[in-house]
Design a protein around this ligand. Structure first.
Ligand code: ZN
Length: 322
């Protein structure tokens, strides 16, 4: 039994955001004072590098594991842990924003990764909406809408329900609106171009910076805006595929007392986040860990099959390899 092939449980990093609330406490996290918008559950990003909780790597950061124990992620390439998994509590509306792709970010953002992201909706106000996509057909069209404050003409509102899923490609205008809890899986990037922030003031009275030129550079004016986030893929043995792109594959796992689930771990690593239910046990050959609502962990390369028992829903992700 190789203890270094055990599960890597992470301590999340919580962030204050002007649009945040207090609901992340429902996941068992100790919140700092003030509005808290984001829990970075699996992250090696310098703006929130998670620390290992227990096991042989206790106290190390995920970025240290990536650079000093890369065998845990064998087969994954690149100079940094590539994914970031967050839970967001939007008490208020997030700014209307767009993210660049790798090429644009590399050139304009100091070598940063671009940001492809996706959302699994954990909770939403009844009759809740979010913004995904926009209706301007060209840069000129978009620029005119912004100049004339025609936000309603520009934004594509989509109704949301718990269990919905959205693939937000780079270049997609989007905003998570108030009353929404979301699990976000994304490239490990923090590059956001704000289009509109509702003229909202920060506690010190200032406005947050907008980045309209960059936003207009990266918006995909040809993209078709979605009408729904309903998941239509079937659930097979507790597993529902949500999406795959070159950066990540994401799936949902539902475990009940009567139906444990076993996952094959043949990827460089597998991220697991418990997003609903009481929790349970996650086991690999090297040992078991108790998990509860809000737990985030990484199953390393070569850990063997992963058995999930208890009463919980997880969102899992990995980096596809050829
Ligand atoms: Zn975003």
């Amino acid at each position: 039994m190789d203890a270094s092939k055990g599960l890597i449980v992470l301590k999340p990093v919580l962030h204050n955001n002007i649009w945040g609330g207090r609901r992340l406490a429902e996941f068992g996290y100790e919140l700092p004072d003030g509005p808290v918008g984001e829990c970075w559950g699996i992250s090696a990003h310098p703006h929130g590098d998670c620390t290992v909780d227990g096991g042989p790597f206790d106290g190390m950061t995920l970025s240290q594991l990536w650079s000093e124990h890369h065998g845990l992620f064998e087969g994954a390439t690149g100079d940094r842990f590539p994914l970031l998994v967050k839970i967001l509590d939007a008490a208020d509306d997030l700014s209307i924003q767009v993210h660049p792709d790798d090429e644009y970010a590399r050139e304009h953002e100091n070598g940063s990764l671009g940001k492809h992201e996706c959302w699994y909706v954990l909770d939403a106000h009844s009759h809740g909406h979010i913004i995904v996509g926009q209706h301007a057909k060209s840069r000129e069209d978009f620029s005119a809408m912004v100049r004339e404050n025609r936000w309603d003409d520009m934004e594509n509102f989509v109704p949301i329900e718990p269990g919905d899923f959205f693939d937000i490609k780079p270049g997609t205008v989007h905003a998570i609106l108030g009353g929404t809890l979301i699990l976000e899986t994304q490239q490990s990037s923090d590059v956001t171009y704000r289009v509109y922030d509702y003229n909202r003031r920060q506690p010190d009275g200032s406005l947050r910076e907008l980045h309209l030129q960059q936003a207009m550079d990266v918006i995909d004016y040809d993209a078709k805006a979605p009408e729904s986030g309903e998941v239509t893929n079937p659930e097979i043995d507790g597993i529902t595929q949500l999406m795959t792109c070159k950066y990540f594959s994401v799936f949902r796992v539902r475990v009940t007392k009567d139906h444990p689930v076993t996952l094959t771990q043949d990827h460089p690593f597998l991220n697991l986040s418990v997003v609903e239910g009481e929790g349970g046990t996650v086991s690999v050959a090297a040992g078991s860990r108790e998990v509860r609502l809000g737990s985030h962990l990484v199953a390393p390369c070569g850990c063997g099959d992963i058995t999930l028992e208890g009463d919980m829903t997880l969102i899992c992700s990995f980096v596809p390899t050829e």
